[in-house]
Design a protein around this ligand. Sequence first.
Ligand code: A3P
Length: 355
Amino acid sequence: MLVLTVAGILAALSGVVLYFKLKSMRLVDRVKLQMAIHAKLRIPQLFQLTGLDTRMKPKLTQFTASNGYKILLPSPFTVAVNEILKFKVREDDVFIVAYPKAGTTWMQEIVWLICNDGNIKEANKQLLTLRSPFLEIVDCHLRNGFQSLENWSRNKQRVIKTHLPYELLPEDIRKGKRCKIIYVARNPKDLCVSYYHFHRCSKMLKDPGTWPEFFANFCSHRVGFGDWFDHTLKFWEKYQEDKEKIYFETYENLKKDLRKEVESMSKFLEKKLSEQQLDAISEHCTFDSMSKNRSTNMSMLGQNSISTKKSKFMRKGQVGDWRNYFTINQSLAFDELYQEKSKERDLIFLLEIEF
Ligand code: A3P
C-alpha cells in the first residue's frame, strides 16, 4: 500500500514537472515534440497529416539558418531548415521547388505521375503529400519524418516538394550533386492574390489583413518565404547555368498547353511515356479534375488545416485573376518594382510571363 502511495506521489510530481516543462517551451517546439510522440506511438491521425495544433498561433519568424542565410518564414516551417541543409540527396531525386502559390501541388501531381509510368490508379489511392513529401514539414506528413524520407525505397523515386529558396536547399545540391530540380514560377500578381486567399484560409499562416495590407507586405517581402523576386530570379540564374539539372516552368505555360509541357518535362526527367500515358496525365491534371480529386485537393486535411469557409486550396486556377484585385495604382506600382528588379538582375524572363 505504502509503495503504491509513493509511486502515485512520484507519478503526480513527474506530471507537474512535465506540465511546467511543456509550458515553458516555445509553442513550435511543443508541437514538434507532440508530433514526435505521435510518430513514436505510430498514431496515424489527422494531426500528423496537418502537422498543426489549432492552439498554435501562426506567426512569422525571422530565421537565420546554420549557414547564415536569413529568411522570414511561417514559424512551423523553421523547425526543419537546418536538418534540410544536411539532407542526403540521391541522384534520381526530383525536387519540385516553387514560391508558395506558384502551382507547386499541380507540378507535384504531374511529376509524380511522370515518374510512376502515369499510374493514375496508384496516385488516387494515396494523398499527394504522402507520395510527394513536403520537405519543410515532412515531420507532419510522414510517420517517421525525415527518417522515412531517408529510408524511402530505392525502387521508388523521391519527388520532393519545397518552397525554400536556392540558398536553403540541401548542401549536397549546392555542392554539385546530380539530381533533377523543377522550378515553377507564376506571374507574381496572380501569385500574390492566391497567397492572400491562402492566408485567409490556412491555419498555418497569419491572418493577411485587408487586401491592400497584404499587397504592401508582399511588395516589401514581409510575408513567409520572403522576397518573391529573390526566390524566382535566383532559380532563373541557376537554370541558365545548368539546364540538365534545372527545368524552369511557368504556371502560365502549363495553363496554355499542359500536354506539351508534360511531354517536355518527361523528356527532361528521361522518362519514356506513350502518347496515351501523356494524354492521361494531362487529363488527370486539369484544374477541374484535380479540384475534385480527394488525393490532391487537400480536403482530407480537414478544417484544422484549411478553413474552407473562407477560401479553398483549389480556389480558381486561373491566369489573370489579379485584375479583380489590383487597383490601377497597385498595378502601376508593382510594374515599376518589377522593372526595377528585373533590370537590376539583367534578366528578362519575367516579361515572358503574361501580365
Ligand atoms: P489559385 O489560388 O489562383 O486558384 P500551390 O500548390 O503552389 O500552393 O499553388 C496553389 C495554386 O495553384 C492555386 O491557385 C490553385 O488553385 C492552383 N492550382 C492547383 N492545381 C491546379 C491545376 N491543376 N490547374 C490550375 N491551377 C491549379
